[in-house]
Design a protein around this ligand. Structure first.
Ligand SMILES: Nc1ncnc2c1ncn2[C@@H]1O[C@H](COP(=O)(O)OP(=O)(O)OP(=O)(O)O)[C@@H](O)[C@H]1O
Ligand SMILES: [Mg+2]
Length: 1032
């Protein structure tokens, strides 16, 4: 479907197109739902959590590339049936590409931007993959075709440049020399605006030449990404095509710049509920993208008539270079790419909002005629006028102003000659440049042909990058004999690679007797198919190699071993999943499509495999910079801090350990990602210094001041684990004493905590058995006092590991917004806590009662380290009596009815209340009757047959309650039960299945026993009423 909105093309507004791509593997595995629909040029997105919530947007073009396509023999994605709704690369080009081309040929500057989250299809649309060529190659094709078609009327010159902006540094992707440290400079000139100084511009006169340059640029991008261990998704790629058209007949030159921009992934850094980092995104990683957003917002405001003082073009490199594209002299098109999957809702909505703002921007594009050419044109015109005048004057025979005219015409003649020479010089220069570029191109072409020949002869390794666009770009051949692979290029037979953790001589490849083996050299890290190897290993076709911390290669065997196999499945995710599986983190790869994994687990899994290589890199940098810090991924079970013990949500945290100092931190994913970029900066700096001064390794790192050091943080208390103390007993006013297992986020036992819940009087005296309630609703509207007693912690692992540490217990009850903490205890593995807190509800509501019956107080174990300050209870918003009692609820009868309490439950409760009060009355009568009977001499029999029913209730309840608590405890233990470390994949899957079944059964059993108790109680009540009926 290719749709164009009617009347949308207000002349110079930025045109906006959206494109929706097919689901990727991850989305298919998660059983994702498509939440995007399109009708002509409008697009609707639905909130997956709220079916009624939809947002619609209207753009200039909307492309449906999600479904309805098939792959033809040549690998092209085309509509399933002719005229189908699927938008292929051709149809996108017809709208957007042709428009850009037309504008450029008319002499306008033109810009095409691709915006969208990582993996949403920006590069697919801009550059394309394999036969599915994107806008840029198609545009070049058409451009040179148009040039050929128009060669009678104009002479054209095309210059091609390609650059990357990473971390606010401009890298020339076509540069032949070594990389300029700190990148190229962006300068400003009045006429030209902003430009990149020293950027290589290559003259081109054919589409294959441009394609080859793009290939060269991509190769540079790939190697730069590995050397700098940069993430290409965070970089912007810019292709600049300068088109100069010389219309000799009209004596004008039109010049237009075509900017083709593949922007960095737009995903926002979502703080996963975690603290803000001490070191803000000090790096400029996202500065260009953020500034682009700000510029677009400001320009959108201008368009609707808002007063905008300043448009922040100058705040980033990207916006400087795109100044003319945004609100300036350019015709601009933006293609916003989205995933239609429910799991990408937030990002897709944010992309659509961004695109909507962009479409309001108004540009002022003009045809660019070069000033010198215009001068020639003007001079020629003037010359013609003067000559005419001259001849008229001659005819009239008058000789007025006779000195000035010849002077003018002489001057004009000179100027004309000068200009003609200039034009000729420019042309000659162009031809010279073109000749040079062609020579270069021929050389490159010869290299490519040579490479193709080698591929047909020898085994090789192929680079695999996180960005699919950069995968398969580097091929390293393993010819017969023995080859060192590593940083070194001094040995006679070497394969040179660079990257984190790569040693001078890293490993040896041997290609002998049609077998290829790989031998890691001492101290180097080599992983084959997910497993670390230290011995000589024979490689098989399609083996996966990871050298150093994260240089990933696919081994391509001898040509005879290669079938028609599809190598594309061995993508970056595949490598990382394999590595994760070796660590016991697995998703059931073979079951893809057959069984669907819980989306939240899948998200954690993908987070894990995304962070894993980053952690390896951070560890390598730490080691090389002598930071003595180790990073480790941990899956944190959020059930540990959920007061209802729900067990679904999981989150990745990064445990950071300063090994020598025995200090530990826990970083959120967001914080780690931010720090990782800052670490890269520090590492780059170190590398640059090292190569400049040849200083001893590690020396320069001392230069970074501590407060700017991304590897360092002030020590802080660390959440070690938690335990649940269920509150249900309080609803019955039954005291509870527990030995709780405090479990760490990975299920490790951190300590045993002895705690009590003691129902008490308002003065703090413990209540006895007689105060036990049969029906918790009796508490409604009444005061409830209880104490939480933290007695002792035993077997503290945290202290056992290092004696100079301490602990505190944190807890939060009901509506308290801030946690309370027990005083710190230090240096003791089994410290006495002896901490008692008195809570009171002055007027117990149904909501509190529901809370008591269904929730636990989460007791958090906090680890203190030498040098960190204790956690202090914040009493903000807390009401406390003079006696130090914490009031958890004080609202009177006006307390609003609980929102979540169903009408049914309300009715049940009312019924129970009335049963209860009549029971009380009956009891009272019963007691009086008994007394009377006792006085009458029948007391002994009466008492022996009917002891106090209330006490009977209370006792049975207490017994039941205790047994239920242990059932709950058992359930908790079961939930955290782990498979053995060395269980194989099948074992692991079986364990998971078994575990979930047991959990289900167990919960059902628990609920059933509660309901049985309810029934029993009801039966006793009934019996009692009958008895009293008999007696009365
Ligand atoms: N319209 C489409 N049709 C078919 N496949 C697509 C389409 N768009 C994207 N893809 C596939 O999705 C994957 C990711 O796309 P792409 O590399 O273009 O993402 P990106 O937006 O450039 O991501 P990054 O920000 O990481 O560079 C690729 O494998 C690509 O082939
Ligand atoms: Mg891309």
């Amino acid at each position: 479907m290719r749709a164009k909105a009617a009347g949308m093309h207000s002349k110079d507004c930025v045109k906006v197109a959206v494109r929706v791509r097919p689901f990727n593997k991850r989305e298919r595995d998660a059983g994702s739902r498509c939440i995007v629909s399109m009708v002509t040029s409008s697009i609707t997105i639905q909130d997956p959590r709220e079916s009624q919530s939809r947002r619609s947007f209207c753009f200039d073009y909307a492309y449906w590339s999600h479904s309805g396509f098939t792959r033809d023999r040549g690998g092209l994605y085309v509509p399933e049936e002719p005229g189908g709704r699927y938008s292929d690369q051709d149809s996108v080009f017809q709208d957007l590409g042709e428009g850009v081309l037309e504008n450029a040929l008319q002499g306008y500057n033109a810009t095409l931007l691709a915006y969208g989250q990582t993996g949403s299809g920006k590069s697919y649309s801009m550059v394309g993959y394999g036969p599915n060529k994107g806008l840029v190659p198609k545009l070049c094709d058409r451009l040179f075709q148009a040039i050929r078609e128009n060669q009678d009327t104009r002479q054209c010159q095309v210059f091609f440049s390609m650059l990357e902006i990473y971390n606010e540094q401009v890298v020339d992707l076509l540069s032949r020399g070594s990389r300029t440290p700190g990148g190229l400079r962006v300068r400003e000139e009045q006429q030209r605006g902003f430009y990149v100084e020293g950027l290589r511009t290559v003259p081109c006169d054919s589409a294959p030449q441009v394609e080859q340059l793009m290939e060269q640029g991509t190769r540079t991008r790939t190697t730069a990404a590995t050397h700098m261990n940069a993430n290409s998704s965070r970089s912007h790629m810019l292709i600049i095509l300068q088109l100069k058209q010389i219309f000799s007949k009209e004596s004008i030159t039109k010049q237009s710049n075509i900017n083709l921009v593949d922007l960095a992934g737009s995903e926002r850094q979502r703080s996963s509920g975690s603290e803000a980092d001490r070191l803000k995104e000090g790096t400029a990683i996202n500065l260009s993208l953020t500034t682009l957003g700000n510029v677009i917002s400001s320009l959108a405001d201008v368009a609707v008539g808002k007063k905008v003082v300043h448009i922040p073009y100058r705040d980033s490199v990207l916006t400087k270079l795109l100044q003319s594209a945004l609100g300036g002299n350019s015709r601009t098109v933006m293609i916003a790419t989205l995933s239609p999957a429910d799991i990408c809702y937030e990002e897709s909505l944010s992309t659509l909002r961004y695109a909507e703002r962009a479409k309001r921007i108004q540009n002022r594009a003009v045809v660019n005629e070069s000033p010198t050419e215009r001068l020639v044109k003007e001079l020629k015109a003037e010359n013609a006028r003067l000559l005419q005048r001259l001849s008229r004057l001659g005819q009239e025979g008058r000789r007025a102003n006779d000195e000035t005219i010849p002077m003018c015409s002489e001057e004009l003649r000179q100027l004309l000659t000068h200009n003609e020479l200039q034009i000729r010089a420019i042309q000659t220069l162009w031809e010279q440049h073109l000749q040079e570029a062609l020579k270069d191109w021929e050389q490159q072409y010869a290299n490519i042909t040579q490479e193709r020949r080698m591929m047909q002869m020898h085994p090789y390794i192929l680079n695999i990058n996180e960005d699919t666009q950069l995968s398969g770009v580097v091929k390293l051949f393993i010819q017969e004999g023995e080859w060192d692979i590593g940083l070194c290029d001094s040995t006679p037979r070497y394969i040179s690679i660079k990257g984190l953790g790569i040693q001078e001589r890293h490993a040896v490849f041997r290609n002998e007797q049609r077998r290829v083996t790989l031998t890691p050299l001492a101290g180097s890290k080599v992983i084959v198919n997910g497993n670390s190897v230290s011995q000589t290993t024979e490689l098989q076709h399609l083996d996966r190699l990871i050298l150093g911390s994260n240089c990933t290669y696919l081994f391509i065997g001898f040509p005879s071993e290669r079938g028609g196999d599809d190598w594309s499945r061995y993508d970056y995710d595949y490598f990382q999943s394999e590595l994760a599986a070796a660590e016991g983190i697995h998703l059931g790869e073979s079951s893809a499509g057959s069984s669907q994994t819980d989306p939240s687990l899948l998200a954690v899994f993908y987070d894990f495999i995304k962070l894993m290589p980053m952690v390896a890199e951070a560890n390598q940098m730490s080691q090389e910079l002598n930071k003595d810090v180790e990073f480790k991924l941990e899956i944190k079970n959020l059930a540990l801090s959920d007061s209802k013990g729900h067990d679904l949500k999981k989150e990745i945290v990064i445990i950071v350990t300063a090994v020598g100092r025995k200090q530990v931190w826990m970083w959120s994913k967001t914080k780690f990602v931010n720090r990782k970029f800052l670490m890269e900066d520090a590492y780059q700096l170190h590398q640059a210094e090292k190569s400049r001064d040849n200083i001893a390794e590690g020396l320069s790192t001392a230069v970074l001041p501590r407060d700017k050091d991304p590897f360092w943080d002030p020590v802080e208390p660390l959440l070690l684990g938690s335990a649940h103390l269920w509150l249900q007993s309080l609803a019955f006013r039954i005291p509870l004493e527990e030995q709780l297992e405090v479990l760490g986020s990975e299920g490790t036992e951190e300590a045993i905590l002895q705690a009590q819940l003691v129902p008490c009087t308002s003065t703090g005296l413990a209540q006895g058995e007689d105060d036990i309630l049969i029906d918790p609703s009796e508490l409604l509207g009444r005061r409830l006092d209880f104490q939480l007693v933290l007695e002792q912690c035993c077997g503290l692992r945290w202290i056992r590991e290092a004696r100079d540490r301490g602990v505190q217990i944190g807890f939060r009850l009901f509506d308290c917004s801030h946690p309370l903490y027990s005083p710190a205890v230090w240096h003791n593995v089994n410290p006495l806590l002896d901490h008692r807190v008195h809570f009171a509800s002055l007027h117990t509501s149904q909501r509190l009662l529901d809370y008591l019956q269904s929730s636990a107080v989460v007791l958090e174990l906090w680890g203190l380290q030498e040098g960190c300050t204790d956690l202090v209870s914040s009493l903000e918003g807390v009401r406390m009596t003079a006696e130090g009692i914490f009031i958890i609820e004080e609202a009177g009868p006006a307390n609003p009815a609980p929102v979540d309490c169903s009408v049914r439950a309300q009715q049940d409760m009312e019924e129970l209340k009335s049963v209860n009060s009549s029971l009380r009355k009956e009891n009272h009568i019963l007691r009086e009757q008994l007394n009377a009977a006792r006085n009458g001499g029948e007391g002994v029999r009466g008492r022996s047959v009917r002891p106090s029913c209330d006490a009977e209730f209370a006792r049975s309840l207490k017994v039941f309650y205790h047994s239920m608590t242990s059932v709950r405890g058992q359930l908790q233990r079961l939930r955290r039960h782990r498979p053995s470390e060395d269980s194989d994949l099948l074992g692991f899957r079986l364990f998971v299945d078994e575990q979930s079944r047991l959990l289900r059964d167990f919960s059902e059993q628990l609920e059933q026993s509660v309901s049985t108790l309810k029934q029993d109680v009801a039966a006793i009540v009934r019996r009692k009423r009958e008895r009293s009926g008999i007696w009365s």
